[in-house]
Design a protein around this ligand. Structure first.
Ligand code: FPP
Length: 236
């Protein structure tokens, strides 16, 4: 089946349902996040095989700081672990790792790791994996406006020069194509502040499958559903 599919160039995923996955098993939520990390590795491998150029996953939103301190701490540690464990695999498979993040309130140690792995994998060109971590779409747009104002103050842009195309360069996703398909697991019908600007014309696919259970066949179902959509971009 996969040979006949039109594969999106950029897929975004809201990886939801780790907590429920663990609770269903009578396990602690942290185990759900660990299982979610395994699921992420599998989907990175599979989308790379399919020929997806950009995969963007939502791992920690700016609103997730409201969770209990122990869970927040665990997710920060999990990201460190992810970077440590995956860097070798990513480099071997020519995958660039990027972070879509408000960086100002991340711990200096984590920030250093993020910057280091981005630099180490910068030239890897088979696929770009972006992790939205400490990410919010509204925050991304307001951060972009602040960068734009800085450029304005420095005389780099003038009034009336900004349009939809060049404003994109001020976003964390600068120079990336918009996602054609955004998948949300665990059955919620919300954007949750994910890729607000970039997702303006994305096709959404919602599945009841919880993120740790999301397998290759679920990815194929999402792409199949995307293939059946009639994308008009406001036209007729
Ligand atoms: C949402 O599920 C998931 C998260 C907030 C964390 C996502 C993390 C991973 C998929 C693991 C990979 C992690 C890194 C750092 C690369 P939820 O906890 O909101 O689930 P619930 O809605 O069932 O409670």
């Amino acid at each position: 089946m996969k040979d006949t599919l039109n594969i999106p160039r950029h897929i975004g995923i809201i990886m939801d349902g780790n907590g429920r996955w663990a609770e269903k098993r009578g396990e602690i939520r942290a185990n759900g996040h660990k299982a979610g990390m395994k699921s992420l590795r599998n989907i990175v491998e599979f989308t790379r095989e399919l020929g997806v150029d950009y995969l963007t996953v939502y791992a920690f939103s700016t609103e997730n700081w409201k969770r209990p301190a122990t869970e927040v701490k665990f997710l920060m540690k999990l990201l460190e672990l992810y970077i440590k464990n995956e860097v070798k695999y990513l480099k071997k498979n020519n995958i660039a790792l990027r972070f879509l993040s408000r960086r100002s309130n991340l711990e200096p140690r984590l920030l250093k790791m993020i910057e280091q792995v981005e630099e180490e994998t910068r030239k890897d060109s088979k696929m770009v994996l972006s992790i939205a971590f400490n990410y919010g779409g509204r925050q991304e747009i307001s951060d972009g406006i602040n960068k734009l104002l800085e450029d304005y103050d420095n005389g780099l842009v003038k009034k009336d020069q900004i349009n939809e195309d060049n404003f994109q360069n001020y976003l964390y996703t600068s120079k990336m194509p918009d996602p054609e398909l955004i998948i949300r697991t665990s059955g919620e019908f919300r954007t949750s502040n994910f890729l607000l600007w970039q997702g303006a014309y994305s096709e959404y696919y919602i599945t009841d499958v919880l993120w740790p259970d999301f397998k290759n066949e679920d990815m194929l179902k999402a792409i199949e559903s995307y293939n059946l959509r009639n994308r008009r971009f406001g036209g007729i």
